[in-house]
Design a protein around this ligand. Structure first.
Ligand SMILES: CC(=O)N[C@H]1[C@@H](OP(=O)(O)OP(=O)(O)OC[C@H]2O[C@@H](n3ccc(=O)[nH]c3=O)[C@H](O)[C@@H]2O)O[C@H](CO)[C@@H](O)[C@@H]1O[C@H](C)C(=O)N[C@@H](C)C(=O)N[C@@H](CCC(=O)O)C(=O)O
Ligand SMILES: Nc1ncnc2c1ncn2[C@@H]1O[C@H](COP(=O)(O)OP(=O)(O)OP(=O)(O)O)[C@@H](O)[C@H]1O
Length: 452
């Protein structure tokens, strides 16, 4: 493309067609703006050729339709045109409602940063007929555990292992870091590849709208498809309770960067999968009842992954990682993970993971201030709630090992006196809540393994 991407002239975003090739495991998701070129996203699920009986083939097609709708968000956002057109069979009301929910909320940060109002503007056309409830397919008891290279999914892997749940470590994309973490689990590995339509990058260079998309919703829909193809009954994510809370922006309200990691998404998506795709396919987040601090404490209980994991998002760009080391030490994720692990890990171990002590670097004060919502809002990143960060700081400020470090000392002197002691306790934040979709027997075992 040599000209500008004239998004104002675009009238409609079209869902053109979806294809699945059982011999190769390749799904092709096809979109277009008006009569422009086809934008084709390709996802490949390993394990082909897939032999599917008619019921499973029909469920695979329903899952593919869901993935087509959800993954379209990457392209729709480039122009946000007035109309959405779904070609082929029309959507029913429940499917259209789920797609609208994902687009409106999952593009919340995108809309805020681009000064757009998307609520009420995203209309997926649908008809009034309701499809039959999804059948039971007789899927085998086995979890596809999504691995993201960070601490959360590794906590889930170990919890499922302890509970005796058969599982595979599954990841999407070409990240070597995630591959190394997945290999370190010792589980069977499943690496799914995904290529965005190359035209999108061209559009981005020529003036398309850009910003954050609900990537966990896309990954979830990919794993649902993979579970059906591989004939297994569970898709397990590792989204903690804290993901349900966004950043509070003055004059705007709450904007959640990680909306599709939150409880509202999990409930709607999980219910849709069981109700409309396959009745015995369970989608849930194993860490939903827990805070980031509870997950950090659990992670600290084994050093198996210390030399492999990273939560720093500079490792995870689709056009190639941009890290100088596994931890850049300067981004909100590095700040938060350092702070959250510090109360639960011996200091030398944490410093050897990061290669430095971030809490003794006075020039990083602003980054840590944002985490505790002091003079700034919580960053648009996957970090815990401000009350968790404040409680972690408070715990360190009473610890002989940490209290003399520059930023901890500053917290104790300047910020702690403004906060009530009851706001600063770590213990209440380690208590699980009973809001989750975890199968009951597994929940009992999980609760016991997280208890102190
Ligand atoms: C790695 C990262 O943080 N990427 C965000 C960044 O994108 P950037 O341009 O720096 O690099 P790429 O990720 O390589 O993306 C290239 C372009 O492609 C678009 N794109 C990418 C993936 C996709 O599924 N659809 C797309 O359209 C993207 O817009 C780029 O133009 O900045 C972007 C704009 O703010 C972010 O959207 C990129 O975030 C990725 C989608 C991503 O995978 N981010 C996760 C690390 C992440 O933020 N996870 C959240 C979960 C949030 C959720 O609701 O699911 C978290 O852990 O909190
Ligand atoms: N490339 C990926 N493939 C499959 N699942 C992924 C991928 N990236 C992230 N996930 C999953 O999405 C969820 C959110 O990712 P997130 O980055 O918060 O988790 P994490 O990498 O396990 O931990 P951390 O919060 O320490 O980064 C997790 O369940 C994670 O396993």
């Amino acid at each position: 493309m040599n000209t500008v991407f004239d998004r104002g002239a675009i009238r409609a975003f079209r869902f053109v067609r979806r294809e699945f090739h059982a011999k190769t495991g390749e799904a092709r998701l096809v979109y277009a703006f008006d009569d422009g070129p086809e934008l084709i996203e390709v996802v490949r699920i390993p394990g082909a050729p897939f032999e599917l009986d008619p019921d499973r083939a029909a469920a695979v097609d329903r899952a593919l339709r869901l993935l087509h709708l959800v993954a379209g968000v990457s392209y729709y956002k480039a122009a946000v045109p007035p109309a959405i057109v779904v070609e082929g069979e029309p959507l029913d009301a429940a499917t259209a409602a789920l797609a609208t929910l994902v687009y409106e909320n999952g593009l919340g940060e995108f809309a805020y940063r681009n000064g757009l109002e998307l609520r009420g503007r995203i209309v997926f056309p649908h008809v009034g007929t309701e499809p039959a409830p999804a059948p039971v397919l007789g899927l085998a008891p086995h979890a596809l555990t999504a691995v993201g290279g960070g601490k959360d999914s590794l906590v889930s892997v170990e919890a499922l292992r302890a509970a005796g749940v058969a599982q595979s470590a599954v990841w999407i994309g070409g990240s070597q870091l995630i591959h190394a973490c997945a290999a370190r689990t010792g589980l069977p590995l499943v690496n799914i590849t995904r290529s965005l339509a190359p035209e999108l990058f061209d559009y981005n260079r020529h003036g398309a709208l850009n910003g954050h998309i609900p990537v966990t919703a896309v990954n979830s829909a990919i794993l649902v498809l993979a579970a059906l193809l591989r004939g297994v009954d569970q898709v397990v994510f590792s989204n903690e309770r804290s993901a349900s809370y966004g950043s509070l922006i003055e004059g705007t309200g709450e904007v959640n960067h990680q909306w599709s990691k939150g409880w509202a998404f999990e409930q709607a998506f999980g219910a849709y999968v069981a109700g409309r795709i396959a009745a015995d396919l369970k989608y849930y987040s194993l860490l939903r009842p827990f805070s980031e601090l509870a997950v950090a404490r659990q992670f600290a209980r084994t050093d198996r992954y210390d030399a492999h994991f990273s939560s720093c998002n500079r490792n995870f760009h689709i056009l190639g990682a941009r890290p100088t080391s596994r931890w850049c030490g300067q981004c909100p994720k590095c700040h938060f993970v350092f702070l959250a692990l510090a109360p639960f890990m011996p200091k030398p171990r944490l410093m050897s993971i990061f290669g430095r002590n971030l809490l003794d670097e006075p020039n990083q004060a602003a980054g840590f201030d944002a985490l505790i919502e002091y003079r700034d809002h919580k960053p648009f990143e996957c970090v815990g709630e401000a009350r968790e960060s404040r409680a972690a700081f408070a715990a360190l400020s009473w610890s002989p090992a940490w209290r003399e470090d520059a930023l901890v000392e500053r917290f104790a002197r300047e910020i702690r006196p403004q906060l009530g002691r009851e706001e600063l306790a770590v213990e209440p934040l380690l208590e699980p809540v009973d809001e989750h979709r975890i199968p009951p027997a597994l929940w009992e075992s999980l609760r016991a393994s997280f208890a102190a």
